[in-house]
Design a protein around this ligand. Structure first.
Ligand code: GLN
Length: 453
């Protein structure tokens, strides 16, 4: 195939399939075809493993000249004047950006129902949510529109929708991938990562987007390995821990069964699998919702009705610009987080909430360090259940927040985590999660690849 043929075919697939999935917010057809033409003209060598491959981008990653909304009304017709570092890297790898994908507004949510624009459907059953907040990328990849997409993960937003749609999603180590040009939610938690149909594709893409960036001082200066180099299926002698807390706490029977089968598969492959404990992980959800919301309340101050996108009509004075633009521009969930975060950071409550949460976060990190003294990897379910119904949980924020209990501790500790398909129940995919020590992505990919074979 030429890049042009592949790109044209991708738009055919999108037009045929996205009517019922509704994963795209903006298509980039003209520019994508022009970019593909350039790739064909320059020629593709064996080293260009990703050249000419179409990719979709979650709409909280800024794309030069292409509308970027974070699925919020407040960004309206915002057209960024620069590319996020991950976009520059995808362009350097000659991948073709075909368009922007739906999410929960500002990546706050777990079902993509918080988008101001549309409700994306699960690729396997259109009465079910695709998960979130990267529901658009996950459903587009799983429904055969794309081979790959970029998502972001602050508390599970790559891994949970990957699980709900039966694809491979990776949240890299905090600091592995640049956050420059990624619309900030919780800056100490956010990471960009690849969402693909296979482990190998995922490893290829992470190799392309990772690395130090002078625009993001939290990126690591470590060398980026070729994450595909050790995908040989051999994991003999690998030590895997399964946290007992991640196998009860309201995990549905079908999910637990699938993970037990995965454990058997790993044992057959020559790994040792043992029960371990992460005792503080049960506090992950409250700790995360305080820290992430506090950081969000600060990050979202910049949407003032002046600098970006949307401004309320008929405003009387400056204060009116701020108040009315924010009141009309933000959705309910975003307002809930801003209030929660502002409260946690206030003079009278800071010690009891934000400071306490930061302390418990350290305990959660220590739990992982203890386990990784004796184990190479952690294996767990990604989610407590398969995809729930559209409309089922959206009016119950606490239930929605509790869904993240198995993914959040990984973000709090800055670790890499992968979700990959581990079975089906009633026609819906089940996801399994592999968690590695910081910068241990190679081990995670090796184990994921061996399981997939
Ligand atoms: N569901 C979580 C939240 O609502 C995680 C979101 C994310 O990872 N971006 O905050």
């Amino acid at each position: 195939f030429s890049a042009q043929e592949l790109t044209a075919e991708t738009f055919e697939q999108i037009k045929a399939r996205d009517q019922k999935i509704e994963s795209f917010l903006t298509l980039n057809e003209q520019q994508a075809l022009a970019a593909a033409k350039k790739v064909d003209e320059k020629g593709i060598t064996d080293a260009d493993k990703l050249a000419g491959i179409p990719v979709g981008i979650k709409d909280n990653i800024v794309t030069k000249g292409l509308k970027t909304t974070a699925a919020s009304k407040i960004l309206g017709n915002f057209k960024p004047i620069y590319d996020a570092t991950v976009m520059e890297k995808l362009h350097a790898a000659k991948m073709i950006n075909v368009g922007k994908l739906n999410l929960d507004e500002f990546a706050m949510g777990g079902s993509t129902e918080n988008s101001a624009y549309k409700i994306t459907k699960n690729a396997w059953n259109q009465t079910k949510v695709p998960g979130g907040s990267s529901g658009g990328p996950a459903a587009a990849v799983a429904s055969g529109q794309l081979l790959a997409a970029l998502g972001t993960d602050t508390g599970g937003s790559i891994r949970q929708p990957a699980a709900f749609n039966g694809i491979v999603g990776v949240k890299p180590t905090y600091g592995r991938v640049s956050r420059y040009g990624v619309i900030a939610f919780g800056s100490s938690l956010d990471q960009v990562g690849p969402m693909t149909r296979s482990v190998k594709d995922n490893a290829l893409m992470l190799s392309a987007i990772a690395g130090h960036d002078k625009h993001d001082f939290t990126t690591s200066e470590r060398e980026v390995p070729d994450f595909t180099a050790k995908l040989d299926g051999d994991i003999k002698g690998m030590r895997i821990g399964v946290p007992k807390e991640f196998m009860d706490q309201g995990v549905a029977d079908d999910v637990r069964e699938a993970i037990k089968n995965a454990i058997k598969t790993y044992e057959k492959l020559g790994a040792t699998v043992e029960e371990v404990s992460l005792p503080y992980s049960k506090y992950g959800v409250p700790v995360y919702y305080i820290i992430a919301s506090s950081e969000a309340s600060s990050n979202l101050q910049r949407y003032d009705g002046i600098r970006y996108g949307f401004r309320a009509d008929d405003v009387k004075n400056l204060e009116d610009v701020y108040v009315r633009s924010r009141s009309e521009g933000f959705g309910d969930e975003v307002k809930r987080r801003i209030m929660l975060g502002t409260f946690s950071l206030s003079a009278g409550t800071y010690d009891a909430y934000f400071k306490k949460a930061a302390q418990v976060r350290t305990l959660i990190c220590q739990d992982f360090s203890n386990v990784f003294e004796n184990y190479d990897l952690i294996l767990a379910p990604t989610t407590t259940s398969t995809a729930f119904g559209i409309g089922e949980e959206i009016n119950d924020p606490v239930t929605m927040y509790m869904n993240d209990i198995l993914t959040i501790p990984v973000n709090l500790a800055g670790l890499p985590g992968m979700s990959l398909p581990a079975g089906f129940s009633n026609g819906l995919p089940i996801g399994m999660q592999l968690i590695a020590p910081q910068f241990g992505e190679e081990t995670m990919y090796r184990a994921g690849y061996a399981f997939e074979q």
